[in-house]
Design a protein around this ligand. Structure first.
Ligand SMILES: [Zn+2]
Length: 182
């Protein structure tokens, strides 16, 4: 829907959020589908910059990502700040990562010694309940159809007799699986 009565939005940036104001303006109008006040404040809400759209407080980085993807993100899809600066909401700094693997993105930069890595590997193998199951290749078309029908990662893992992390990784490697079809 085209908003015809919208005046250009001016932003009052109260938290040094690094953001493309024109993109943010477009994202806000995409999200509401109706005109909003001419003056918008960007403020800290929790740990991240946010804007208010009518009664809703929404984080700038999530709003922008939804606009760029043209869809609402699920709870499991988190928007990661590549440079770890929570104020940097520039497009080049943001990417979608899954809840389960998000933390590993933050550990990536930390260099672990060889011995430390080996110990972590051993620990993972020995940890109760984690069996090193063989890798199962789930055909993407089948996986897409299961996701579209609302199957959980656990349910899909059960069906293919594999670990849930195998399913999660497969989804992570193929983010288009979560895109809403026509
Ligand atoms: Zn992150």
């Amino acid at each position: 829907m085209i908003v015809t009565t919208q005046k250009p939005i001016e932003f009052v940036n109260k938290c040094d959020c690094l953001v493309d104001y024109r993109e943010l303006e477009k994202a806000i109008l995409w999200y509401t589908k109706k005109p909003v006040t001419r003056l918008k404040t960007i403020y800290m809400h929790g740990r991240y910059p946010a804007v208010s759209i009518y009664k809703e407080k929404i984080h700038v980085h999530r709003l922008l990502m939804m606009f760029w993807k043209n869809r609402i993100l699920s709870k499991e899809e988190q928007v990661h700040h590549k440079d770890e600066n929570k104020l940097n909401a520039l497009k080049s700094n943001l990417e979608i990562v899954f809840e389960g693997s998000h933390q590993s993105f933050h550990n990536k930069g930390k260099t672990l010694g060889k011995e430390h890595k080996r110990k972590i590997g051993m620990g993972n193998k020995n940890r109760k309940g984690i069996k090193m199951k063989k890798r199962v290749d789930i055909p993407l078309i089948e996986l897409k159809s299961l996701i579209d029908r609302g199957h959980s990662i656990n349910a899909i893992a059960k069906k293919y007799k594999c670990d849930w992390s195998t399913v999660r990784n497969r989804i992570h490697e193929n983010p288009e699986l979560l895109e809403v079809g026509e």
